[in-house]
Design a protein around this ligand. Structure first.
Ligand code: URA
Ligand code: URA
Length: 265
């Protein structure tokens, strides 16, 4: 395709994607071809499920490569003008694009905004410890947030603020694309704000956590945000998060040791 024609196709695809929750669909074969021709265009399509009995050649779909043009669009994004002005940088996501397990947080905080990586501050360090207890390194899973920019705070104030529903709606399509490419076996949403951003559903963590939900057919476990565990140091709350992670390990069919069963975060 000639360049202007491709630009036209890309603009049309972006419009379709933004006006609906689901990406336009293409067969895997078309997607792989498009990926070689133009990764940006390829990233805007969602692959059709393969017909039963046909398996995709390993490595045919390079997920890391498919994520790159989205990362670039996020880097240049100015949809929330106030956040584009205040951010140090965008925070796209980190980890293994082929991961079976994907964690979804709220938004970058001050540390993430500085380093350009999700969950690197105090809450992030706790998440990393939880992962370790699950026998995972950060590199084994994929970690992303609903918002790719740090919610701005008035100058001179301390701490982070929660993203607004409008900010989450605006940024959500990027996360949707990330999930579509990564196709994790299991999603974990960290805290009520992440749940609201992902599912558009408000609820208390008491009613939501500890059981299986679904996002677009992907099993979704909802658990407390690690920042909540830092504020509320009660062992009972930590144990709840660990119980939720044991359910995740079970569903992933990961072996669980006796030590892990009895573990308290
Ligand atoms: N809290 C989040 O929800 N996400 C981060 O990346 C860091 C802290
Ligand atoms: N309330 C929240 O909003 N999030 C948590 O993780 C726990 C309690």
């Amino acid at each position: 395709m000639t360049e202007p024609a491709l630009d036209f196709v890309i603009a049309a695809l972006e419009k379709m994607r933004e006006s609906s929750d689901r990406a336009p669909r293409a067969s895997r074969t078309v997607l792989v071809r498009l990926q070689t021709a133009n990764p940006v265009a390829a990233s805007l399509w969602e692959a059709h499920a393969l017909p039963a009995g046909r398996r995709l050649q390993p490595g045919a779909l390079n997920k890391g490569k498919l994520l790159e043009p989205i990362r670039e669009r996020v880097r240049a994004c100015t949809k929330c003008a106030h956040l584009a002005c205040s951010r140090t940088q965008t925070v796209f996501g980190v980890g293994n694009p082929d991961a079976d397990l994907m964690f979804i947080g709220e938004a970058p905080g001050v540390d993430e905004d500085k380093q350009g990586e999700p969950f690197v501050g105090r809450a992030g360090q706790l998440l990393t410890r939880i992962l370790k207890a699950m026998n995972f390194a950060r590199e084994d899973v994929y970690i992303a947030n609903i918002l790719k920019c740090r919610p701005d705070t008035p100058p001179g104030t301390f701490g982070n603020r929660a993203p607004t529903p409008t900010e989450m709606q605006t940024c959500r399509p990027y996360l949707v694309e990330q999930i579509e490419i990564i196709q994790p076996k299991i999603l974990v949403a960290l805290g009520a704000v992440a749940v609201e951003g992902l599912l558009g559903m408000r609820g208390t963590m008491r009613e939501l956590r500890g059981r299986w939900h679904a996002y677009n057919g992907v099993p979704l476990m909802i658990t407390y945000h690690p920042a909540y565990l830092l504020r509320n140091q009660a062992p009972s709350e930590k144990r709840k998060v660990w119980e939720d992670m044991l359910q995740v390990l079970e569903r992933l069919e990961q072996p669980i040791t006796e030590r892990q069963r009895n573990y308290f975060l």
